[in-house]
Design a protein around this ligand. Structure first.
Ligand SMILES: *Cc1c(COP(=O)(O)O)cnc(C)c1O
Length: 404
């Protein structure tokens, strides 16, 4: 082998497959095959880990094209980018060191001093803090809006409004905004539309296919799915994703090679995991709704959920997240969390292990209590991330924990 000749970057399947079959592949097949290197590196069936920071100079022009791990262009990055773009039916994708790296880098690319952002109320806690505490320091203004009220969006629109930001399924009450109206509103007013699609996953919803410019993920959650990696992703319009990549190259939040390998491996089982979690969450939500010690259940798959109609129209599945309010407030919620035997009392979500968390103590602890109350996030609220245990075992676990 001539060691002076730099090896070219492995090609990754643009169409998402090696053999380009005549019929389009289902998401299950694209999760396995899209983005895999062509030809496979040394014949390896599993994507190898490229544990190297740098690569032999191959004549690349321009800083962002140099082959260097922080510039988000290692073979592990490129394979993930092609796989994620394929499963979300988008032009392009970028993986990041965390979900917050994806969200912050995307917002800091789209917005600059003097701009204004419309954002859905009840965001993920980290996103809420970023918008309320850090964007104003940079001269970026914002207004919160309800996800189902386009008249309010219109009222709060300013000449300097640049973007509208929502979550497919919000946290922790699991409301689904009128996502079609968000896309229409953004197009009508020339705004960039962004959606955090973490809770829905590309199996249940593909935002870019509906018309969103950018879909953001905490890959830490369902995409990886095993509660063992921190990662994020930005998926969408190629011009925007490239601008975000260049910003990320400078901010430095690149995904580590080993984390990339684990995310890649986790993605292959995304569809089976998510469909099973959809089913188990529906069964758990129904069981909790019939339990006398439960005051309220929030699950978009229940007909009485306030945004059930949006969820039924837009999503292919209602997701693996359920939240409910125990009768008796914060003390009752603490007792339930303590008594659960299978479900683990831990923040985070989207993995094979069922986790519970109390938003008033954790994800939404940063909000002033009056603001939490206004948003409907009461002290007795328990959020459940349904894992892959048997649904019957999970229901029995919650029933025993709720007994007086
Ligand atoms: C966890 C989460 C994030 C942040 O992701 P990290 O990977 O922890 O940085 C953002 N949005 C949602 C909806 C999340 O659940």
């Amino acid at each position: 082998m001539n060691r002076d000749v730099p090896a070219p970057a492995p090609k990754v399947g643009r169409s998402g497959t090696e053999s380009r079959p005549a019929r389009p592949l289902a998401v299950d097949s694209r999760l396995i095959h899209a983005g895999e290197p062509v030809p496979r590196i040394e014949g390896a069936v599993a994507m190898p880990i490229f544990q190297t920071s740098t690569y032999v100079y191959g004549g690349e022009e321009g800083y962002h094209n140099l082959r260097y791990h922080r510039l988000n262009n290692s073979p592990n990055h490129l394979a993930l980018h092609a796989k994620l773009a394929s499963i979300e039916e988008a032009e392009s994708a970028l993986v990041t060191a965390s979900g917050m790296a994806a969200i912050s880098t995307a917002l800091l690319t789209i917005l600059s001093a003097g701009d204004h952002l419309l954002a859905q109320a009840r965001l993920y806690g980290g996103t809420y803090s970023l918008i309320t505490q850090h964007l104003p320091d940079l001269g970026i203004a914002y207004d919160f809006v309800e996800g189902g009220d386009p008249d309010e969006w219109e009222r709060k629109l300013r000449p300097e409004t640049k973007a509208i930001y929502v979550e497919t399924i919000d946290n922790p009450l699991l409301a689904v905004p009128d996502l079609e109206a968000v896309v229409d509103f953004a197009r009508e007013h020339g705004l960039v539309s962004l959606v955090d699609n973490t809770f829905a996953t590309p199996v249940n919803f593909r935002p870019v296919a509906l018309g969103f410019d950018l879909s953001l993920h905490s890959g830490t959650k369902y995409l990886n799915g095993h509660n063992d990696v921190i990662a994020g992703a930005v998926v969408g319009r190629a011009d925007l994703v490239e601008r975000i990549r260049q910003k990320l190259n400078e901010l430095g939040g690149c995904l580590d090679a080993h984390a990339a390998f684990l995310l890649h491996r986790g993605l292959k089982t995304l569809a089976v995991r998510v469909r099973r979690q959809n089913e188990s969450a529906q069964a758990l939500a129904e069981a909790l709704a019939n339990h006398p010690a439960v005051a309220r259940v929030h699950y978009p798959g229940l007909p009485e959920h306030p945004t059930h109609a949006n969820a039924a129209r837009l999503l292919d599945g209602y997701g693996g997240m359920v939240s409910f309010e125990a009768e008796g407030g914060g003390e009752a919620a603490a007792r339930v969390a303590r008594r659960l035997e299978l479900a683990i009392d831990a923040p985070s979500l989207g993995g094979v292990d069922t986790l519970v968390s109390r938003p008033a103590l954790l994800s939404h602890a940063g909000l002033p209590p009056a603001e939490r109350e206004r948003l409907g996030i009461r002290d007795g609220l328990i959020r459940v991330s349904v894992g892959l245990e048997s649904a019957d075992d999970l229901i029995a676990d919650f029933q025993q924990a709720l007994e007086e």
